[in-house]
Design a protein around this ligand. Structure first.
Ligand SMILES: NC(=O)c1ccc[n+]([C@@H]2O[C@H](COP(=O)([O-])OP(=O)(O)OC[C@H]3O[C@@H](n4cnc5c(N)ncnc54)[C@H](O)[C@@H]3O)[C@@H](O)[C@H]2O)c1
Length: 431
């Protein structure tokens, strides 16, 4: 197996071709491996076959090069797993309605893999999940059907750390943490990743690798919550929190800036810490900082609505009947992903209070509201739309917005991201 990996003769299957799986499949194909992408979504498979990328971080040209030189094949057919050497799982790990880990996607993927599993394969889990998952859902499950670790199969965890939309750090140049369920598993997984990414970081076990990912994302969630709380406190005290952060970050050591906002979104930061605190409870440990951070971050939508109410009130207007133009609906700058986006929650709350809402997001032309209806972005941000809005609510500060034009033509701007920093005026209120 080691020889096969080093000579790039090893065949790779990537299970789940989303924001994580597709860039990984392309990177492995670019490195010279034969890659088989498996997804249950036939539309995605069709698009890959036509070399049309649906993930911003993968260009059509890159994808087309991999497809045309036969390095990347996409299919819905799990039986192809028989012919591969390495199986890399990158399926979703959401939360259930009651906010507990929903590992059903990993379970389903494993059920399908098991049907075609033959001896000698390395299975790597990339989906973010609680410490212990690789051993519980891969090693133990395979041992139950008579497969032996290091004899019949190998297993490892390697968290995906990709930051969608980041122009500098992509799959290739983001160091890859790797932890195996056994020494041999770690060695094989490291041999594989070292050929497709610039730097690998080996830890002692799959549990350490799983925990590493949750430490990173809990660190972000907790620090964002802290700065969100500072923002609410500064609001009470009449102090501009953005100026305070800008001053604090001039300290060359011991401070790292985090910024407040109307809430956290995406498939990672709001969810991953909950996976950790859920698992910690099985060990009788209640992780107070994570629970508190989740509470604070979730409540930022309410704080934003309450501040919007105060801003309109100053104009002798009410939320009910006011024209609100939301700028940006994606969960963060320069991405087209709306999963867990605080903008969606803001939209629903403001609608409930009777506001007339328009939104503009060139990256998200349409989204589905909680009643299942399609809501469309206005097509062009012109003077009359801006003028007709009682308040322009900046939610997601995409780089493509014309900030000067928006500032010149708006009545009042409620800027939850400090995107209008250079246009300080009485017409711009910050979070
Ligand atoms: N998106 C990110 O920024 C990011 C970053 C780091 C880690 N992660 C983690 O990576 C994992 C995947 O996230 P994502 O953003 O790529 O999700 P995604 O929804 O974009 O992609 C997941 C893909 O898996 C497919 N799928 C679901 N069940 C399947 C099955 N049984 N067999 C085959 N395919 C199946 C879906 O159709 C989808 O295409 C999650 O655990 C997430 O937490 C995501």
């Amino acid at each position: 197996m080691l020889e096969k990996i080093r000579s790039k003769e090893a065949k790779i299957a990537i299970i789940g071709l989303g924001y994580v799986g597709l860039p990984l499949a392309v990177e492995a194909a670019k490195a010279g491996f034969n890659v088989l992408g498996i997804d249950i979504d036939e539309k995605k498979i069709e698009m890959i076959r036509n070399a049309q990328s649906y993930v911003q971080d993968v260009s059509d040209e890159e994808l087309s090069a991999c497809v045309l030189n036969n390095r990347l094949h996409a299919t819905v057919d799990y039986s192809c797993v028989r012919d591969v050497d390495i199986i890399d799982i990158a399926v979703p790990t959401p939360l259930s309605k009651s906010k507990t880990p929903d590992i059903s996607f990993i379970l389903k993927a494993m059920e399908s893999i098991k049907k075609y599993l033959e001896p000698g394969k390395l299975i790597i889990l990339e989906s973010t999940t609680y410490p212990g998952t690789t051993r519980e859902l891969i090693v133990n499950e395979l041992e139950l059907i008579g497969c032996r670790l290091d004899i019949d199969f190998y297993a490892a965890f390697s968290p995906e750390r990709v930051d969608p939309g980041n122009p500098i750090y992509k799959t290739r140049n983001t160091p890859k943490v790797i932890g195996g369920a056994s020494e041999k598993s770690t060695e094989l997984a490291e041999a594989f990743y070292s050929l497709i990414v610039d730097q690998t970081v080996v830890v002692n076990s799959c549990e350490e690798a799983e925990m590493c990912k949750l430490l990173e994302n809990s660190f972000r969630a907790v620090n964002i919550a802290f700065v969100n709380e500072m923002a609410m406190m500064c609001d009470k005290m009449g102090i501009n929190v953005w100026n305070v952060i800008n001053a604090a970050k001039t300290k060359p050591f011991g401070f790292m800036p985090f910024y407040p906002g109307p809430g956290i979104g995406g498939h990672c930061i709001p969810l991953d810490p909950v996976y950790l605190s859920w698992k910690a409870k099985h060990f009788g440990f209640y992780n107070r900082s994570i629970e508190l951070a989740s509470d604070i971050n979730e409540n930022m939508v309410d704080f934003t609505v309450e501040k919007l109410f105060r801003i309109l009130n100053k104009q002798k207007k009410a939320l009910n009947g006011s024209n609100v133009l939301m700028l940006g609906i994606a969960y963060k700058k320069d991405v087209n992903d709306v999963r867990e986006s605080p903008a969606l929650m803001l939209y629903e709350k403001l609608k409930k209070y009777g506001s007339n809402i328009n939104y503009y997001d060139p990256l998200v032309p349409v989204f589905t509201d909680q009643n299942g209806s399609e809501v469309r972005s206005i097509e062009v941000l012109n003077k009359s739309i801006l003028n007709a809005s009682d308040v322009v609510l900046m939610v997601t500060p995409h780089s493509g917005f014309d900030y000067n034009f928006i500032f010149q033509n708006s009545n009042i701007i409620f800027d939850t991201r400090n995107a209008f920093e250079q246009f300080r005026s009485e017409r711009v209120e910050v979070l």
